[in-house]
Design a protein around this ligand. Structure first.
Ligand code: DOR
Ligand code: ZN
Ligand code: ZN
Length: 429
């Protein structure tokens, strides 16, 4: 199968380039042709010709932190609905968290996830396995068997690993298998039942607040453990100034630590929460404007390596339980790029290439993935984006089963319009 994408503005690590013909063949980017060629012959051969005039074509986005909910919570999302939502958002590779039911703590669950993803046949789904059985923090899983089954790393996302000894053992085992440990950083002794961050909003509503240290204490602890064990340690959804500082210092002295940040932690603070609406409730919570600034700085200087969505769909019923009782989490796939493009790139604050790199080449490098590049010979995972058309965020239009977003009604540009995985169109507007 041959596809020709014509007249694209291509953005890859080499910069922006006008490309007359991108030729995809057998799932691979075969050629980027700039000059004039005998198009007529090529078009005869091509099973698909797409005109990308006026659109941006980038490597497909990579999201290394998502919740697909299957098995066990199919009313919130399935591997198929989540994959489709990802494709609509321009993502071609996603890494899913193990807090399903059963938890992905056994090779059979890894195999099930991979099978379902293959059946859906939409985007590339890479499963993480749990660090501890049932994510209870009591007993390590069988890392070697989970790796063998296809796990790409170990994490108890959803909860922090409370015991330093448990985390250290996990890191030794992961390092021996050349696998990363990915950490949801949260010290439970500093949280106990809070649903929003410490700050004005919590005070005004008489709510107990989640303090910054509950995250940063784990980051600091784990950096020391990573230094001791030599593991690749990756910090989930960084949200505090203190975590950014600790990661920056650790990187400066050569400890193998990497980190991610979510769009909502770059765009919103606790000061923006309009009221007791659980669509503004996620973990880690929206923090202070100062923390937001620190996360932005961290992303710009490379302390934070990549953008992830932490796509966390929940049903409307669950979210209607109110700020204190509703589960944590917001959906992310279908708004991530337009949000960041509109608020940071279209405003002139960031280079477009920085945003694209943090969503493509950078996560690929950190996790050693064979994608994230738009060059000859790489897998034909591509995203075509309309940078001009403006649209309002309307959760009713999401293809995710989750409609839980704080961004309803935001007017955004930069909507992905077509997504290719291995040369096949998996989403088209
Ligand atoms: O907001 C969150 N949602 N944070 C988490 O740690 C878990 C996730 C979920 O699974 O819903
Ligand atoms: Zn988490
Ligand atoms: Zn998560």
């Amino acid at each position: 199968m041959v596809t020709i994408i014509m007249n694209a503005s291509v953005l890859n690590e080499q910069g922006m380039q006008e490309v007359k013909h991108i030729i995809l063949e057998d799932g691979v980017i075969k050629t980027l042709l700039d000059g004039h060629i005998e198009v007529a012959n090529l078009q005869l051969e091509a099973s698909e010709v797409v005109d990308a005039k006026g659109k941006l074509v980038t490597p497909g986005f990579i999201d290394m932190h998502v919740h697909l909910r299957e098995p066990g919570f199919e009313h919130k999302e399935t591997i198929e609905s989540g994959s489709r939502s990802a494709a609509k958002g321009g993502f071609t590779t996603i890494a899913c968290m193990p807090n399903t039911r059963p938890v992905t703590d056994h090779p059979d669950v890894i195999k099930l996830v991979l099978e379902k993803a293959c059946e859906a046949g939409i985007v590339k789904v890479l499963p993480y396995a749990a660090i501890t059985k049932n994510e209870l923090g009591r007993e390590l899983t069988d890392f070697a068997a989970l790796k063998e089954a296809g796990a790409i790393g170990f994490t108890d996302d959803g909860v922090g690993v409370q015991s330093a000894q448990m985390m250290k053992d996990a890191m030794y085992k992961a390092a021996a298998l050349d696998m990363p440990v990915i950490a949801h950083c949260e010290d439970n002794s500093l949280v106990v039942g809070a649903c929003v961050a410490e700050g004005d909003f919590a005070n005004r509503h008489g709510l107990k607040g989640i303090p910054n240290e509950s995250e940063a204490i784990h980051v600091g602890r784990d950096i020391l453990l990573a230094e001791a064990t030599g593991v690749h340690y990756h910090v989930c959804h960084v949200s505090t100034e203190q975590s950014v500082r600790l990661i920056r210092q650790a990187k400066a002295i050569g400890i193998h630590v990497t980190a991610e940040v979510c769009p909502h932690h770059l765009l919103l603070s606790e000061q923006d929460i309009p009221g007791l609406d659980a669509n503004w409730k996620m973990n880690p919570p929206l923090r202070s404007p100062r923390d937001v600034e620190a996360c932005i700085e961290g992303l710009l200087d490379g302390t934070l390596d990549m953008i992830v969505t932490d796509h966390a769909p929940h049903s409307a019923d669950e979210k209607a339980k109110g700020m204190e009782l509703a589960p944590f989490g917001i959906v992310g796939f279908e708004t991530a790029f337009p949000l960041l493009y509109t608020k940071f790139v279209a405003t002139g604050l960031w280079d477009l290439s920085l945003l694209v790199q943090r969503m493509t080449a950078d996560p690929a490098k950190v996790f050693g993935l064979n994608t994230g590049q738009l060059v000859e010979g790489s897998p034909a995972d591509l995203t075509m984006i309309d940078l001009e058309a403006e649209r309002e965020v309307n959760p009713e239009e999401f293809v995710s089963k989750g409609h839980n977003t704080p961004f309803t009604g935001w007017k955004l540009k930069g909507w992905p319009v077509t997504t290719w995985v291995n040369g096949n169109i998996v989403w088209s507007e």
